[in-house]
Ligand binder design. Structure first.
Ligand SMILES: NC(=O)c1ccc[n+]([C@@H]2O[C@H](COP(=O)([O-])OP(=O)(O)OC[C@H]3O[C@@H](n4cnc5c(N)ncnc54)[C@H](O)[C@@H]3O)[C@@H](O)[C@H]2O)c1
Length: 249
């Protein structure tokens, strides 16, 4: 087991990529804090982990609320005795062209995707630097490199890259690894929620823009998150790994 007895928080793990990550981590022996704004989804994932013999607890609420994020860390320590891993995965989109973007659309995305990751790194990082061990995995996106209709989202995901590198420099001397994954097109509700004409166009373009000629699955991201959360990657920090079928290279 690659994460035996490790304690991991995964934000936004009620469905999609986050759910894929917690199920993979639990299979490898980790004890899990499942977080989501959607109570039913979070509780269902906790039940799924327990049904397979794993250990999990839910902490509900938004990563944009510092108290919620602190509660995840406190719950990990209270329930499982420590914290080893955090995956800052929760994220949202409010896609619209720049000339039509409202301040609410800007702020909603920045609050969750950028401030939420800041809270996660800071609250978990305080425990990890004390114990001189930790793995922080942030979920960025290929959109960090720019994507029409996603100015707010790409700004937040590029910000995650900057935070990852700075936190890696600050926490490296404390034996805490900080890396980011930049997923490409991953077949989850986030992608499925795009307008049908955009999805159709995406499918037509797939062979030309994705060398591996398929969309990714949550398992593709979970396998990389597992590597970055395990000691197999102990000499890797401050890196942004694109998991996108070769879309950006
Ligand atoms: N799907 C893709 O193609 C893709 C590509 C690149 C990056 N990503 C990133 O991967 C991460 C996961 O995306 P996904 O595709 O699984 O999305 P998703 O919408 O399927 O799932 C996101 C989960 O996060 C939860 N969530 C939303 N806001 C939250 C908040 N404020 N606090 C806590 N939980 C919250 C949702 O309820 C949901 O369960 C996101 O950061 C996303 O930006 C996804």
């Amino acid at each position: 087991m690659r994460l035996k007895d490790k304690v991991a928080i995964v934000t936004g793990s009620g469905r999609g990529i986050g759910e894929g990550i917690v199920m993979r981590f639990a299979e490898e022996g980790a004890k899990i804090i499942v977080n989501d704004v959607n109570e039913a989804d979070a509780l269902a994932v906790v039940e799924k982990i327990r049904a397979k013999g794993g250990q999990a607890v839910a902490v509900l609420g938004s990563v944009s609320d510092r108290e919620v994020v602190q509660k995840m860390v406190d719950t990990a320590v209270a329930q499982f005795g420590t914290l080893d891993i955090i995956v800052n995965n929760a994220g949202i989109t409010r896609d619209v062209m720049l000339h039509k973007m409202t301040d609410d659309q800007w702020k909603a995305v920045i609050d969750v995707n950028l401030t939420g990751v800041y809270y996660g790194i800071q609250c978990a990082g305080r425990v990890m630097r004390e114990k001189k061990y930790g793995k922080i995995v942030n979920i960025s996106s290929t959109s960090a490199l720019g994507n029409a209709g996603q100015l707010n989202y790409s700004a937040s995901k590029a910000g995650v890259i900057g935070m990852t590198k700075t936190a890696a420099k600050e926490l490296g001397p404390k034996n805490v690894n900080v890396n980011a994954i930049a997923p490409g097109m991953i077949w989850t509700d986030m992608l499925k929620g795009m307008p049908p004409d955009v999805l159709q166009q995406m499918d037509m373009m797939l062979p030309f823009i994705v060398p591996l000629n398929r969309k990714g699955s949550p398992q593709d991201i979970a396998n990389l998150a597992l590597f970055l959360a395990s000691d197999e990657s102990s000499f890797i920090t401050g890196q942004i790994i694109f998991c996108d079928g070769g879309m950006k290279m």
